[in-house]
Design a protein around this ligand. Structure first.
Ligand code: NAP
Length: 281
């Protein structure tokens, strides 16, 4: 058995071509206005700066504008809350991205939750999470939503599968688990206090690695024929799962790099276009 490669780079490129057309149509219908993504970067972490830059570049590739706001590392929670409130009130802004993580003196959860639901295109608010978990309309959290889009693109049926998600972070493991549940998978969520992780992983029809440790989930824990989704990315081009030996004995696999990674930014951009369409058309 040779695994189907779930090629996120390819799907993201296809989607960008469609998004460019949607932005062009919207511009023609709304006096040249485009969807606008506001990005908030607090502090001087170089990795965060790179991610924000990549998000701005992705906006430009589909003809959208972005508004980059940079705040000093000394920013306090109240300063950031005020900044977000202004963006909530700004009719020219359709999506707000607060780059995670923010400096430790800031209450990140309070700031995420200040983002208005209709502009929460990165899917980070408690309200959006709760609505999504209840099957109500909300923008999905970008990385897990990107994974769901990737699985859908390749027609991976999820109903009835036993999905095991390793990781329970607010931006990845938790929303991922709820999305899989909504798609009628039976979901096990594992974390750092889980007993017998290997035993849980062995039962997975679909495994999602969202641990943040290079090749932590070993190939020989994963059963033949499983669907393998690796959200991790580490120096040396490895993910959270030992993928090498799996390509010959699983059903489908996300490569690292080029699997989950490109789908995250693509989902953010797609959801901003949707928000722009709702506001402008
Ligand atoms: P995180 O916030 O550090 O969460 C890691 C999760 O793994 C936690 O829930 C933690 O459990 C669990 N964990 C840690 N050690 C474990 C162990 N020994 N056994 C079982 N579970 C363990 O990380 P994250 O932000 O969710 O990111 C996870 C991975 O996805 C990273 O590799 C990151 O680079 C990647 N990522 C990729 C994208 C993308 O766009 N491609 C976006 C986000 C994240 P506890 O809750 O018990 O501490």
């Amino acid at each position: 058995m040779t695994a189907l490669i779930l090629d996120g780079k390819h799907v993201a490129q296809l989607t960008e071509a469609q998004l460019s057309e949607r932005v062009t149509t919207l511009k023609a219908q709304s006096d040249g206005r485009t969807p606008v993504l506001a990005t908030l970067l607090v502090g001087d972490d170089p990795a965060s700066a790179t991610y924000v830059k990549m998000k701005g570049n992705a906006c430009r590739r589909v003809g959208m504008e972005s508004l980059a706001i940079e705040l000093p590392a000394s920013t306090k929670t109240n300063d950031l809350l005020r900044e977000i409130e202004q963006l909530n009130q700004n009719p020219d802004v359709h999506g707000i991205l607060l780059q995670h993580p923010v400096p430790s003196q800031i209450d990140e959860r309070a700031c995420f939750d200040m983002i208005a639901l209709e502009k929460d295109v990165d899917g980070v608010t408690c309200l959006g999470f709760g609505r999504m978990a209840m099957g109500e309309r909300a923008y999905g959290c970008a990385t897990p939503q990107g994974i769901m889009r990737l699985l859908r693109h390749y027609d991976i049926g999820l109903e009835g599968l036993h999905a095991v998600v390793v990781g329970r972070s607010p931006i990845l493991g938790k929303p991922m688990s709820m999305m899989l549940l909504e798609a009628n998978a039976t979901v096990t969520i594992c974390h750092s206090r889980t007993r017998d992780l290997e035993g849980h992983v062995r039962q997975a029809d679909l495994i999602v690695g969202a641990v943040g440790r290079p090749e932590f989930i070993r190939a020989d824990w994963i059963k033949d024929g499983a669907v393998v989704v690796d959200a991790g990315y580490h120096p040396g081009g490895v993910g959270d799962i030992e993928l090498g030996p799996l390509a010959e004995r699983t059903t489908a696999i996300t490569p690292v790099p080029g699997g989950v990674g490109p789908m995250t930014i693509n989902t953010l951009i797609q959801q901003t276009v949707e928000s722009g369409e709702r506001a402008l058309s």
